[in-house]
Design a protein around this ligand. Structure first.
Ligand SMILES: Cc1ncc(COP(=O)(O)O)c(C=O)c1O
Length: 220
């Protein structure tokens, strides 16, 4: 018996008629960018995660980059994160001219060690990016405690953990911003690349929506 790592065609077949209907409705509407379905998905995701605002974007990588752009992160800044992640986490920090500062992981969960985060903070630290790896949430209580006590925002890299909960609360609802990926192999995959940014700060959400819309015209 052949087992595929991700059976995207098998998944599609189980809901084929619903998907086909939805895709054809979009094709018939002519709204190939944004449109009512995107707005409905943003509302559904925000409601599901228990946050106030969601912005759809092109990928999880874009979500991380836009999140850092909205927080004004750039050259000379440091972002504390884990080395045990997909390359996009550090790549987007470097792309903005900032420095990824790696701290160690916990031996039990392989997620970022909150005590190591506290030790890595310097006056240049502008954000902390924990990654909820393999669907397993990072230890958010001590991470948010460091964030609050040092006044440094957290961006949750939830690319691998859409729908996961930490102590009864959905990941993505703890930090200033949550970054989601809908890459086909992710827990909630789409047909192509896709991502979303979520936040409880409506002004920050609107800023991310503008950056997402204008990004093609911005340097970097
Ligand atoms: C932890 C992590 N962050 C970010 C990303 C980037 O997401 P995307 O592939 O949608 O750009 C991934 C994708 O594999 C990931 O696993």
């Amino acid at each position: 018996m052949k087992l595929q790592m991700v059976d995207v065609v098998g998944q599609y077949r189980t809901i084929k008629s619903e998907v086909d209907q939805a895709v054809h409705a979009v094709l018939d509407s002519g709204q190939f960018i944004q449109g009512k379905d995107v707005g409905e998905l943003e509302c559904a995701v925000a409601g599901y995660l228990g946050v106030k605002y969601a912005v759809a974007c092109a990928s999880g990588t874009d979500a991380l980059q836009i999140a850092m752009m909205a927080l004004g992160i750039g050259p000379g800044d440091e972002v504390v994160t884990t080395p045990f992640t997909f390359v996009a986490t550090a790549e987007t920090i470097a792309l903005l001219g900032a420095k990824p500062v790696y701290v160690d992981i916990e031996p039990r969960t392989y997620n970022i060690d909150p005590a190591a985060i506290a030790r890595a903070i310097t006056p240049r630290t502008k954000a902390i990016i924990p990654v909820h790896l393999y669907g397993q949430p990072a230890d958010m209580d001590p991470i948010m405690e460091v964030s609050r006590s040092r006044g440094i925002p957290v961006i949750e890299d939830s690319a691998q953990a859409f729908g996961a909960s930490y102590k009864g609360r959905k990941v993505c609802s703890f930090g200033a911003i949550g970054a989601v990926s809908f890459f086909p192999s992710k827990n909630l995959g789409c047909f192509g690349d896709g991502g979303m940014l979520v936040t409880d700060d409506v002004a920050l959400g609107e800023q991310m929506r503008v950056i997402d819309a204008l990004r093609a015209c911005l340097p970097g």
